[in-house]
Design a protein around this ligand. Structure first.
Ligand code: GDP
Ligand code: MG
Length: 459
């Protein structure tokens, strides 16, 4: 993502008229960056041609219109950079918004959701997360283990279910997964369960046997939705995998797992393209809570290296409890004072996964993002908070302008803050810089996160 952004920035800051060579060079850079992010090679090539045609047509149309200053500006490199940037974002976002919409669960009915995917892709784990998510939101949820292939599969599901207090069905002795699936689903239907999740095995010795088994289970339980679980770390292999599953069973939604590690995320685009189905959630860790709703705009923004303010807001929301999310409100207003930052850091410290959150914070400069684990990050955030503890209310509330570094009055405030918190002047300046970056991001997000702009929340 970073590279792509850099090449766009390079172009943006170069001046003068745009040549076709420049456009080609930019498109090559973008293509390389997308392929490095695991976006399917064929998709990248198609996109490249589409964008090229679109932008060329635009340039040619503008060239044919006289040569006054306005036109020259319109043909400037920075204008092209913006045009291309927008075309890339639009194209990627479109790819993630297939025409088929995700099945939405019906209240008071039995919704059978069948999970399929290769062994190890994260089905059983995602089922636990999915069950947890819906149970927490008041759905009567149960799970069925129709994986008789993998040793210990039933134990794994049972353990998760027990921890979550979700009823489960399975067998240690019955070897026919189709029978188990059918019996389990029928039992839970009778007991008026609303979300009945069916786990399947991932891979047999022969792939065709796996697909036959999947088809038989599907025919037996007649799922309302079939969820394909895709492991993001599979990169370029995702497209063919997803296509194979989709041609065997009628995939309706996708969950992309393991987006927490080094996975670059391009596989998500492949999965959607191959199945023509939307992503409903992403998995971002091994715990039950590590499940996130999917928003194409945020995903594309992160893929291109712009950070993800919405992801951050959602993560904070789960700490605040539903309904009183302050960061979301600030994003809507486009305001973010030092006190707001203090409050957000405090929440970060009360949460589990620091590095994940750091990844969300686009205002955090690269050199401040810890590579070595959570302890380092905690230390840095705490130091920032000590500095803010030494600030006056007026400073915290943004009533004093601390941005004029050359103003002796500001310098004296910074000295006071450093002395009061036992830190260095440079560290205080760094804090102020981080805040300005946050402020800039939040400012830009104004209007993007309002009610109308908000993507439909997944069920
Ligand atoms: P299944 O064979 O498809 O049922 O896969 P499992 O659910 O058993 O998961 C395989 C492995 O991937 C387990 O070690 C999980 O903890 C791990 N896993 C699943 N989802 C995620 C995720 O989103 N992030 C990470 N880091 N690990 C995951
Ligand atoms: Mg499993």
């Amino acid at each position: 993502g970073g590279k792509l952004r850099e090449s766009l920035r390079k172009l943006h800051s170069s001046s003068g008229r745009v040549t076709k060579d420049q456009l080609n060079a930019l498109l090559s850079d973008i293509s390389r960056a997308l392929i490095e992010s695991d976006v399917n090679v064929k998709m990248v090539m198609t996109m490249r041609e589409q964008i090229k045609t679109k932008v060329m047509t635009q340039i040619e149309a503008e060239e044919s219109k006289g040569d006054d200053q306005d036109d020259q500006n319109r043909r400037s490199a920075s204008h092209l950079s913006k045009t291309v940037q927008k075309a890339v974002v639009d194209e990627l976002t479109n790819l993630l918004n297939p025409e088929n919409k995700a099945y939405s669960l019906k209240k008071g009915k039995a919704n059978v959701v069948l999970f399929v995917g290769l062994q190890g892709s994260g089905k059983t784990t995602s089922i636990a997360k999915f069950a947890n998510y819906h149970q927490k939101r008041g759905w009567k949820t149960a799970m069925v283990c129709a994986d008789t292939f993998r040793a210990g599969a039933f134990d794994q599901l049972k353990q998760n279910a027990t921890k979550l207090r979700v009823p489960f069905y399975g067998s240690y002795t019955e070897a026919d997964p189709v029978l188990i699936a059918e019996d389990g689903v029928n039992q839970f239907k009778k007991e008026k369960y609303e979300v009945i999740i069916v786990d399947t095995s991932g891979r047999h010795k022969q792939e065709s046997a796996l697909f036959e088994e999947m088809q038989e289970i599907s025919a037996a339980v007649k799922p309302n939705n079939t969820v394909l679980v895709i492991d993001a770390t599979q990169g370029q292999a995702v497209f063919d995998q997803a296509l194979a599953f989709h041609s065997a069973v009628d995939v309706g939604s996708v969950i992309v797992t393991k987006l927490d590690g080094g996975a670059k995320g391009g596989g998500a685009l492949s999965a959607v393209a191959a199945t023509e189905s939307p992503i409903i959630f992403t998995g971002t860790g091994e715990h039950f809570e590590d499940l996130e709703s999917f928003h194409p705009e945020s995903f594309v923004s992160k893929l291109l290296g712009y950070g993800d303010m919405r992801g951050l807001a959602e993560a904070f929301k789960s700490v605040d409890g539903d309904g009183k999310d302050t960061l979301m409100k600030q994003l809507e207003l486009g305001k973010f004072c030092l006190r707001d930052m203090y409050n957000q850091f405090q929440k970060v410290l009360s949460m589990g996964s620091m590095q994940k959150l750091m990844g969300y914070m686009p205002g955090m400069p690269e050199y401040l993002i810890p590579k070595g684990g959570d302890q380092e990050a905690t230390g840095r955030l705490k130091k920032f908070m000590y500095m803010m503890d030494s600030m006056t209310n007026a400073e915290l509330d943004g009533k004093v302008d601390l941005s004029k570094k050359d103003d002796p009055k500001v310098q004296s405030r910074i000295r006071r803050i450093a002395a009061g918190s036992g830190t260095h002047i440079q560290e205080v300046m760094m804090l102020l810089q981080v805040h300005r970056q946050f402020e800039g991001m939040v400012g830009k997000s104004k209007g993007l996160f309002g009610k109308n702009a908000q993507a439909k929340q997944q069920q």
